[in-house]
Design a protein around this ligand. Structure first.
Ligand code: PRX
Length: 666
């Protein structure tokens, strides 16, 4: 007998009390208003949550068909002003806006809103002094230090468009993103620190700008020093001709810089993300809609209140860091937390120790970290007093009920809400999540849509919106996750490739935004995200495109063809399994396997390195030459007994060979 699916056995866990008095009735009313009077709903939120330099004249215009959505048309504002200045003007200058904890637990900084205003202004002036202008793309490749968030804010202040590249990407992947965005400026640090080790970021940038056409594109590399000594006149790193030392440059700048007047639809940032095919997409988020959506979802999902200390431990290289480390909490005038290290350094009590020491009230991480920490046993969290936490959040991948239970019972002592937040780089902020004290929870379900999100389950076969008539005998609907109308936080285009934006998100199901995920909606209307329906792999919550890993593999002369699939993994959720067909003249050897892993590390980054590589005489291809990944996915999931129809394969006998080879690895 197979194990029951989580939704079949899930029991409702009553919502835990919030302190803002939100109720299920209020949520339902809000949701209804948001559907019936969408413009009024968002207009009221935009006026209540943000300060505008000029009011908007139209709430929303455009269509999914053309992909010309615009929010708060004609409105002018500055995100950095909203995130910092207005709090200072409202008398909160002395409040700590950011707590930073470095790789070593005793390496911490507390920065007030006033200090942030001064430092971000100085950075803005420094960027301007180096020739950065409104609209320029500034690539940021930095460790998780306050200067990373401040550089993002400085870009927003002057209207430069930041493109943060996760510092785990290789020089090649960085070069690709710099080149695609034609980014004249790269901001980095001499090094990063993680788990006691140095990460040579500046060196990686150096390698990147010598690749592709980056030498012609990049004018300046602005380098922060991880351990700056104001007395030192010499850089602690090898200076290249394009390098500028950031710390001494910033120190001499005027600590005020007026915020630029930005149109609501001016580009705010780019963030590259992986799709199933081709190169990473540079998704574009714009100023007004994104700011509102970041602030609104941070407030409602985490039940933020005056005096709260909000900790999202994601990296700013991903959307979670943008929305819930930097922009959301600061827009609300809350105290945000920036964390440089890992959950297990110097020991696996790090998170709980941080919560206790800093009196964190909301804590937000990924299921993969929870699964990892679970392995170290219940005693570790029990050693710490984490009673200050009210909300524990998870993001990035489905959370398995065992991990949910551990988070709820062992960490939260059954007193906290677990918010399971479902969203994407493209959505800007949460789209489906439970709310503290409002929504009864079910372990493993992200529950109900955020007000304003017209969430629809579509038939994967013909695209019709599923209705009661489509329910199975248990009252469940199963299909693909889509959204029927625009929302302020949605990405507006793919930089330089609007057609790709339309093709990926709006053409598959006309009239809908297509998430790329499959979903089950149960009899209570609760959503259970099953996973991607495309070839995107989710390793430890990191979204990795198969095409990127495959092209790194075939760049090695030994590989004639490669196909990459996600393999179930106890901690990472999925790991990467690569099937490679070798070029004539090459043979399988342990050295070659090492080289191939290295090829992925250099082509993409260490986080995308395959756990398994299967060398095979050929790949399961149709007669027209298309690789049938479906078969490979079944093999790595130990479901080879339900392969389905293999008769369309050019050589069906290859399947048995692959099954045998994969079994040898296990
Ligand atoms: O498959 C879904 C999964 O992560 C994808 C989005 O990845 P990315 O753009 O990198 O953003 C990650 C952080 C928002 C989605 O298409 N995903 C994200 N959150 C959840 C999730 N799957 C299940 N449950 C979630 N809570």
């Amino acid at each position: 007998m197979t194990n029951p699916m989580p939704h079949e056995v899930a029991k409702l866990v009553p919502a835990k009390g919030n302190i803002n008095g939100n109720t299920m009735d209020a949520y339902k009313k809000d949701y209804e208003t948001s559907m019936e009077k969408n413009d009024e709903f968002w207009s009221a939120k935009a006026t209540e949550i943000l300060d505008w330099m000029s009011p908007f004249t139209k709430v929303c215009q455009g269509s999914f068909e053309r992909g010309d959505i615009a929010w708060f048309v004609g409105g002018k504002l500055n995100l950095c002003y909203n995130a910092i200045d207005r709090h200072v003007l409202n008398g909160k200058g002395d409040q700590v806006g950011m707590i930073w904890e470095g790789d070593e637990p005793n390496d911490t900084r507390q920065i007030t809103y006033q200090e942030m205003l001064n430092e971000v202004s100085q950075i803005t002036n420094a960027l301007k002094s180096q020739g950065v202008r409104k609209g320029d793309v500034v690539t940021i490749y930095m460790p998780m230090i306050p200067e990373l968030a401040f550089t993002m804010l400085a870009c927003a202040r002057m209207g430069a468009v930041h493109s943060v590249v996760f510092a785990g990407f290789s020089s090649e992947a960085l070069a690709q993103r710099v080149s695609a965005a034609q980014s004249k400026f790269v901001v980095t640090a001499d090094k990063g620190k993680r788990g006691g080790k140095d990460i040579p970021l500046k060196k990686i940038v150096h390698d990147a700008i010598n690749k592709m056409d980056c030498q012609e594109i990049v004018e300046k590399v602005l380098v922060w020093e991880r351990f700056y000594d104001p007395a030192s006149t010499e850089a602690p790193f090898e200076m290249d001709p394009k390098d500028v030392r950031m710390n001494p440059l910033v120190a001499v700048q005027r600590p005020y810089c007026p915020p630029e007047v930005m149109d609501a639809e001016d580009n705010l940032f780019l963030l590259y993300t992986s799709g199933s095919t081709g190169k990473p997409k540079g998704l574009v988020h714009t100023t007004g809609g994104y700011s509102l959506y970041a602030a609104y979802t941070t407030k409602t999902t985490f039940d933020i209140n005056e005096g709260d200390i909000f900790a999202c431990v994601a990296d700013c290289g991903w959307i979670t860091g943008h929305t819930y480390v930097v922009y959301g909490p600061l827009l609300l005038g809350s105290t945000t937390f920036l964390f440089e290290s890992t959950p297990v350094y110097p020991d696996p009590g790090r998170y709980w120790d941080m919560i206790q020491r800093h009196k964190i009230t909301q804590f937000y991480t990924a299921p993969t970290a929870i699964r990892l920490l679970m392995r170290y046993g219940d005693e570790i969290p029990s050693k710490y007093d984490v009673s200050c936490v009210r909300v524990l959040g998870t993001v990035g991948e489905p959370i398995n009920p065992e991990a949910w239970r551990w988070y709820y019972e062992v960490v939260g002592k059954e007193k906290c809400t677990i918010v399971d937040t479902y969203w994407q780089t493209e959505t800007g902020g949460h789209i489906i999540t439970n709310l503290p004290g409002v929504t009864d929870m079910k372990p493993g379900s992200c529950t109900l849509p955020v007000p304003g999100i017209d969430a629809v389950v579509l038939s994967a076969i013909d695209g019709h919106p599923l209705t009661d008539a489509d329910k199975d005998e248990n009252g469940n609907l199963e299909g693909v996750m889509a959204i029927r109308r625009p929302w302020p936080g949605m990405a507006r285009t793919c930089l330089g490739d609007h057609e790709r934006y339309l093709t990926t998100y709006f053409k598959p199901y006309p009239g809908y935004y297509f998430t790329g995920d499959s979903v089950l909606k149960d009899k209570d209307g609760y959503h259970w995200i099953i996973g991607r329906v495309d070839d995107v792999i989710n390793v430890s919550g990191h979204r990795i495109g198969t095409a990127e890993v495959e092209s790194a593999l075939v760049a090695h002369p030994a590989v004639a063809q490669a196909a990459v699939v996600g393999e179930p993994h106890d901690i990472k959720g999925q790991s990467i399994c690569a099937f490679c067909m070798l070029t004539v003249g090459y043979d399988e050897s342990p050295e070659l396997l090492k080289e191939l892993k290295m090829a992925v590390r250099t082509g993409v980054g260490a986080f995308a390195s395959p756990d398994h590589i299967v060398i095979s005489p050929s790949l399961p291809m149709t007669r027209s030459g298309k690789i049938m990944r479906r078969i490979l996915r079944k093999i790595v999931s130990n479901e080879a007994d339900s392969l389905g129809d293999t008769s369309t394969l050019a050589d069906p006998s290859i399947v048995d060979t692959l099954i045998a080879k994969f079994a040898e690895l296990k």
